[in-house]
Design a protein around this ligand. Structure first.
Ligand SMILES: N[C@@H](CCC(=O)N[C@@H](CS)C(=O)NCC(=O)O)C(=O)O
Length: 228
């Protein structure tokens, strides 16, 4: 199926985010479910950059029909004109670069990639617990996340900020897409595990710094209310 046909098939009811920016016409369409989850870091990038896009949220009932038309059988998808890009981190990387939310040089971009992979390891361990049906096994898995995975990954990310020459960000002196993504996942995780960031003051500060920016604050106020 051509990208254009896929685009038309996905042209379902959308929550359309219209912003006042002059940076772009509505050339971008993001398709995902009506939850924050994996697409929210992408929405954060658009919000932070002040770039207009179509926030297309498909209903779960529509998904079986759409699934087979997507490259990897999953969402999110970003359509840019008649082109389609899948995989949330590829989308973040692409938009981060386009909207000047990438690193200042090759090395900073390589470190961003390192951190996004570490964050993916954390998410894999965490979300695996959601799928476990056996309650005993589920709580053992969550214990491992909290006692092993979190100290390793949050500890290293926290120490990274602490060693970043006074910058509150993970990489360099300015905010990048990895800060937006990290803040989102920290917020999701802390909402389910209150107090988990106490041991990681630099991460807590990063999360707060991102959520207190005018753009992200405004986005959080106007985004659709969803339970995750
Ligand atoms: N590696 C993919 C994972 C995307 C993913 O897991 N998408 C889930 C929703 S969070 C999905 O499409 N699930 C529906 C399905 O697999 O049928 C990415 O980062 O974009």
């Amino acid at each position: 199926m051509s990208d254009l046909k896929l685009f038309n098939l996905l042209a379902t009811e959308s929550f359309v985010y219209v912003c006042t920016s002059q940076l772009s016409s509505r050339n971008y369409k993001l398709t995902y479910f009506n939850v924050k989850a994996v697409a929210e870091p992408i929405r954060f990038i658009f919000a932070y950059a002040g770039v207009e896009y179509e926030d297309n949220r498909v209903e779960h009932a529509q998904w079986p029909e759409i699934k087979g038309t997507t490259p990897w059988g999953q969402l999110p998808l970003l359509q840019v004109g008649d082109k389609t890009l899948a995989q949330s981190n590829a989308i973040c990387r692409y938009l981060g670069k386009k909207f000047n939310l990438d690193g200042a040089n090759e090395w900073e971009n390589a470190k961003i990639d390192e951190f996004v992979d570490a964050l993916a390891d954390f998410r894999t361990a965490w979300t695996r617990t959601f799928r476990e049906k056996d309650e005993t096994r589920k709580s053992e898995m969550m214990k491992d996340v909290l006692e092993t995975v979190v100290p390793q990954i949050f500890g290293t990310l926290d120490a990274t900020i602490a060693g970043n020459n006074g910058s509150p960000y993970l990489v360099g002196k300015k905010i990048t897409w990895i800060d937006l993504q990290t803040a989102h996942y920290l917020d999701m995780f802390e909402n389910l595990n209150p107090g988990v960031l106490i041991k990681y003051p630099n991460l807590k500060k990063l999360r707060n710094t991102v959520y207190e920016t005018d753009q992200i604050k405004a986005w959080c106020q106007r985004r659709p209310a969803t339970n995750m």
